[in-house]
Structure formats: structure tokens, C-alpha cells
Design a protein around this ligand. Structure first.
Ligand code: FMN
Length: 293
């Protein structure tokens, strides 16, 4: 039980499989979001926790039939009934938080353009190559080619630190959780980032939940490299805001972005004198400081 939790209700259930205890606790999660509370139900067989359930107040939309407390009480009553009638199902712990698949990398590169061989992809490959030259590991996530669905705003990730939507997100979360540098390579689309990148950023709310619920820590630095058709800084106003918000939410510390405009005229980033070297040099500088912690 966490320090901010208070015990609300306990029920002892004697069964043919031994003694079970059901415990309902209330946690104040106001440090994450205003007014957020979470009810947790633990089923213990002897002293061992064999089942966990949680529901938080942000999961319950306004106007719902039941509020958070009522929902927790209904689940508590159902669990009490289930443990009494089928105790054999509760004699061993059941695992509800799966380990995340995928692998650790030093640098995560989010490639936001749908164009496999476009400007953002080219920049992503320069970054990837520079990481390899430094003897570190990296992975480019081509977001358009991944199955990443839009966040459904269910807030279930704030219960156990796991998102219930099943798609390709877990390996991205795993990589972000361990990376020391996150590079976002993206074109400007209708003043902001392309939809697949926006979907991935929204779904990273899950990583925010993992940090808050499980204490997972992200120490990465973040670099935005954006390209736009138009000239001038205004083309990037929204993109920088969106990407900064994404990084800030996860505790990723952004460095000065690299913003490349006028591509409607110039067409290809490879034709911009000195740009590749500038990007490679920025990466090298960040990799050195990332290495030093
Ligand atoms: C759907 C769409 C929307 C775009 N919206 C903007 C925009 O709002 N502002 C801008 O400056 N360029 C805009 N562009 C131009 C792209 O940012 C530009 O072509 C960029 O170089 C594409 O990058 P990529 O080669 O990595 O795909 C848009 C392009 C597309 C296809």
C-alpha cells in the first residue's frame, strides 16, 4: 500500500483452499492530475497477493451510471462472491502486467513522414548512421508503417501502468523507456505533425502513466528535426509546440530544434549545403553528453 493510500474496507473469506483477504484502498493521485483518485482491490491468499484490480476517477466519464467508488464497491462484491465460490482460481498469483516486448536502445528515432525515402527519412538515416559510428545502438521507428491506433482516453494506464489497446506500441514504449536520446524527424503537415506521429505521441501518455504509477524514469534528451515546404519560422510554430509538449510530458529534456524550411522550392535536404554535416555534428555533441549521463 502506498503512503497516500487509506484502507477503506477489508473482508476475510474462509474457503476450502484456505483464508483469503479482500482489501479495498483509496489513493490520492492528485499529484498526477487534479482531483484524481484511485481505488485498488487486492485479493490475498494468506499473505500473498493473488489478484489486483484498480479503477481511477479519470476513467469514469462525466454522467456515468456509477462513480469511481460505486464501481470499486461493485467489483469488490463480485470478487468476494467469486473467491468464495471458486477459491481454487485464486490460489496462485495471476500476472496482469506483461513485461514489455522489444529491446533497449541508446537512441530512439521517430520518423514521422509517410515517405520512406523523403526528407525526414533521409535525416533519420543520417542520425542513425551517426549513432552507429559512435558505437551506440539506435532504432528508427517508421510510424506510418506501424499499427498504432489513436488513444481512446480510457485512463486505464493509470491503474496498472499498462495500455489495454493491443497494437505495436509496447515496443516503442520499451525503447523510449530506456533511451538516452529521442530524435523526432518530421515534416510539417497542416501546421502540425503527420497523423501517425501524433497518434504515437498521444499514446505515449501510457509512458507518462508508467512514470507516475510504476516510477519508471526517463532521462532522455530530445532533439526535433523538422522540415517544411514553406519558408520562415512561422511554419514550425505548431510543430515545436506539439513536440515540446510531448517531450515535457515524459520528462524528456528538449535541446534547440533544427528547423529546415523552404523545401517546396529546394525539394531535397541533401541539396542543402552543409546541412548533413550540421545534423551529424549535433548528434555527435548530444551523444557525447548522453554518454556522460
Ligand atoms: C498533407 C501535407 C500537408 C503539408 N502541410 C504543410 C504546412 O502546413 N506547412 C508547410 O510549410 N509545409 C507543409 N507541407 C509540405 C511538407 O512539409 C514538405 O513537403 C516536406 O518536405 C515533406 O517532408 P518529407 O519529405 O519528409 O515527407 C505539407 C505536405 C503535405 C503532404
Amino acid at each position: 500500500m502506498s503512503e497516500s493510500a487509506t484502507e477503506e474496507k477489508t473482508q476475510i473469506i474462509e474457503t476450502s483452499e484456505g483464508t483469503f483477504t479482500l482489501r479495498l484502498t483509496l489513493e490520492d493521485m492528485g499529484s498526477i492530475y487534479p482531483g484524481m483518485i484511485r481505488y485498488k482491490i487486492e485479493v490475498l491468499h494468506g499473505t500473498e497477493t493473488v489478484y489486483n484490480y484498480a479503477v481511477n476517477s479519470y476513467e469514469i466519464p462525466p454522467g456515468s451510471l456509477f462513480d469511481t467508488r460505486k464501481t470499486a464497491e461493485i467489483v469488490f462484491a463480485r470478487l468476494a462472491q467469486d473467491v468464495s465460490s471458486r477459491p481454487h482460481l485464486y490460489t496462485r498469483p495471476r500476472v496482469f502486467t506483461r513485461p514489455l516486448p522489444g529491446y533497449k536502445v541508446d537512441v530512439v528515432i521517430l520518423q514521422g513522414s509517410p515517405r520512406r525515402f523523403g526528407n525526414s527519412a533521409k535525416i533519420a538515416s543520417w542520425c542513425d548512421d551517426e549513432v552507429a559510428r559512435a558505437g551506440l545502438s539506435s532504432r528508427i521507428f517508421y510510424l506510418q508503417e506501424m499499427d498504432i491506433r489513436a488513444c481512446i482516453g480510457c485512463y486505464v494506464c493509470y491503474d496498472q501502468g499498462y495500455c489495454p489497446v493491443e497494437d505495436d506500441m509496447p515496443r516503442l514504449i520499451r525503447a523510449l523507456e530506456t533511451a538516452s536520446l529521442v530524435v523526432v524527424c518530421t515534416p510539417v503537415y497542416t501546421s502540425t505533425v503527420p497523423a501517425p506521429l501524433k497518434a504515437a505521441m498521444d499514446r505515449c501518455q501510457w509512458l507518462h502513466a508508467r512514470e507516475k504509477v510504476l516510477g519508471a524514469e526517463v532521462h532522455a534528451r530530445g532533439l526535433l528535426i523538422a522540415v517544411a515546404g514553406r519558408r520562415g519560422k512561422e511554419a514550425f510554430t505548431c510543430v515545436t509546440g506539439v513536440v515540446n509538449a510531448f517531450m515535457g510530458n515524459l520528462g524528456i529534456r528538449p535541446v534547440e530544434p533544427i528547423l529546415i524550411g523552404d523545401l517546396d522550392r529546394l525539394r531535397d535536404v541533401a541539396n542543402i549545403e552543409g546541412l548533413e554535416e550540421q545534423i551529424r555534428a549535433s548528434l555527435r555533441a548530444l551523444l557525447v553528453t548522453a554518454d556522460e549521463g
